[in-house]
Every structure is written in structure tokens, then in C-alpha cells.
Design a protein around this ligand. Sequence first.
Ligand code: ADP
Ligand code: MG
Length: 392
Amino acid sequence: GSISSQGPRQLTTAQHTAQEERLVVAVRVRPSQEATDRCIEVVSSSSLLYDDGGKSRPRQYSYDHVFRENDTQEYVYKTTTAPLVRDVLNGYNAAVFAYGATGSGKTHTMLGPVPRKKPATADRPPATAASSYDGDVSSHDTGLMVRAIEDIFEHIESASADNSCKVSISYLEIYNELIRDLLNPGGPLELREDHRGQRITVAGLSEITTSSRKEVVGLLMKGNKSRTMEPTAANQTSSRSHALLSITVQTRTPLGTKQGRLFLTDLAGSERAKKTKNRGKRLQEGAHINRSLLALGNCINALSGGARYVNYRDSKLTRLLKEALSGRCKTVMIAHVAPEGKHRDETKNTLVYADRANSITTKLQNSVYLDEFKDFPTKHYQSLVSELRDEV
Ligand code: ADP
Ligand code: MG
């Protein structure tokens, strides 16, 4: 990490007891056919080696979890999201972020295999959401979004008959700082704040109440198809938008109603503008994407450091996630990396982003040195800002 040690530290543990485990950081390595030129080797369930191409010795990174190429969707779900679902059913908020460059596996983790737009042939009819993803939630490849919904329904069915539950979902994208409803695509929607700036809502966003798993899966696949996909030099199906699914569970108990919300976010590609040779419109998108990922990183840093003031205002993404990020909310970041040598630079960037988040968590779990944290978020912010300046 970038925290330097300068002289003796005052140890304070009282301030963060409620924040332990606030941020869990996992890294998932995407499968690859590449046998020789690789930059990642997973060495345990919590660490990996990064090879910079032989310039220096491989460097070890450790996280809360490291998922290898053949780890199943079920395993990833059980490790990262299942514990949050229990929280949500108890009336708390929780959030999962999929972070990483385009092509690193974010959408695979969150949604599962998505039909590709391949030209149809005589023996291969055009892929549709229905043909390759028919709502069979037991599918091996089903992603976290569907598994979470599935899990919530199962818990509800086995819960006490005294409690009645309502599950509703909304699904939106943020593209170029504009919000669009993915369940009911149309013009951009506005953020509304109450007079104290506490509750933030999206005016006109559809919120669908459902009790059918199959319907939910269909809605998600259809919503994903409405996401803004723009080809860049990095990848033909590059996704330059953030997709945010929110699942709200309201439980009426004899004692009152409790509400918990789970946010599952498939973030836009984290690749840097320079590499994708973006020009004009693309470059502007890149700037927005980096701005919101930067803002998100800053919020996470500030929250993990126990900061009194957290700035959510820098991007739509962080304003929207304020509810999830503040209060008693557990957050999991799943950083995705590609193991091929040709993706070395992006993979390194992602490992470092995740490492920053993770080093803070580890510090919190052990002991916090207050004076170290005082300037850490600002330093981090400054270095990221200068990185962004270099790009544009
Ligand atoms: P991103 O959303 O980060 O741009 P994708 O999820 O679209 O990346 O993944 C890129 C490709 O790799 C897709 O064809 C996807 O199906 C495949 N892929 C990614 N992760 C996995 C995985 N864990 N297992 C199998 N295939 C994967
Ligand atoms: Mg994607």
C-alpha cells in the first residue's frame, strides 16, 4: 500500500467496531485458453501472483477472496453475495460492485452468459434472450443478480407465515452521467433529493413488484439488451455504461414493516482512455466513466477510513448509491481481471485499485492508526486526479 510509516502511531480501536468487514474485496480471474503468455497465477483462495512480463520478480497480491478460473458461479455467489442477502432480509442495505476492464468478466459474474449478436445461419437461429436463457435459474452459469433474487424468494417461502413480503426490482443504467430506465427504456430520468439531501430517488423509474422468478429473469435479460453498447478499439461489445439493479424487500411482521435493499452493480469498463484510442464522443464517455469510478473509489476510501464527511456528490453513481454506502451497509467489490499477457496493464490497474480498497479493510480489521488515515483519502484522490489529467 501507499501508507508510509513515519514514527510511532497512536492506536485507536474504539471508532471502527461497527465498520469491521464493511468492505470485502474479491478478485475474480476470467478463464482463458492462453497457455503461455499469462500475467496472473492464483496461488491460494486469497492471493495471486502478478507477472509484469519478466521485468521484475512476480508480485503477490492478497485480498479477502481470490476466485480462480474454474471457480463456479455458485461458489462466487455463496462467498460474496449470500451473506448480504441475509442482511437485506433483516432490513439492511447491501451492495455488490463488479469492477474491471471491458472483457474481464463483470457481466458474466453479475448476469451470466448473455446472448451474442451473431449472424444467424440455417442451423443456428438468431439468439434471443429466451432461447439461451429461459428462466432456468438452476443453470450452472446463472449470475449473481438472478441467484440473489432466487435466494430471496426461497428465504421468503420458508419464512414464518405471520410475515408477508414484497419484492420489487428496478434496473437502470448510467451512461454519460445520464440515467435511463432499463425496465422501461425512454428518455433520461432525473435524480430527486428530499430537502435535506438524505433520500435520493430517480423520478419516474419503474419499480416492478413480482413474485415470479421467471419473470424477473426475463426482465433482467431484456433490460441488459437495452444497455448502451458502443464499440471501442478495446472490444467490439464494450459496455460504457454502469448497470444498477436494486432489489427491495419489504417484510410486514407483527411488529412493523422492515425494508432492506440490495444493490448489484455491473460497472462500466475501467480501462483508460489512452489505450482504447478513444476520440471525441468516446473520450467524453471515458471521462465520465473514470469520474464516477474515481468518485466511487473515494467514497469507499472515506467510508472505510471512518471519515466524518463523505462526498457523494461527485457523480450520479455515488449519489445513487449513497443509501447503500452509508449507514449500516455491507459492501463487496468483485474486481475482475484477464489473465492473458496482452491485458497486463489493465489487469495491473485493477489489482491496484482493489488493493487500495483491500489494504484499508485489513487495517480496519486489525488496528487503525488514526493519523495515517487522516490524509490517506486525499493522497489517493490527488494521485488519481493526476492520472486522469494525464489521460485527457
Ligand atoms: P465484461 O462485462 O467485463 O466486459 P464479459 O462478462 O462480457 O466481460 O466477459 C467477456 C467474455 O468472457 C464473455 O464471452 C464471457 O461469457 C466470458 N467469461 C467471462 N468470465 C467468465 C467465466 N468466469 N466463465 C466463463 N466465461 C466467462
Ligand atoms: Mg459487460
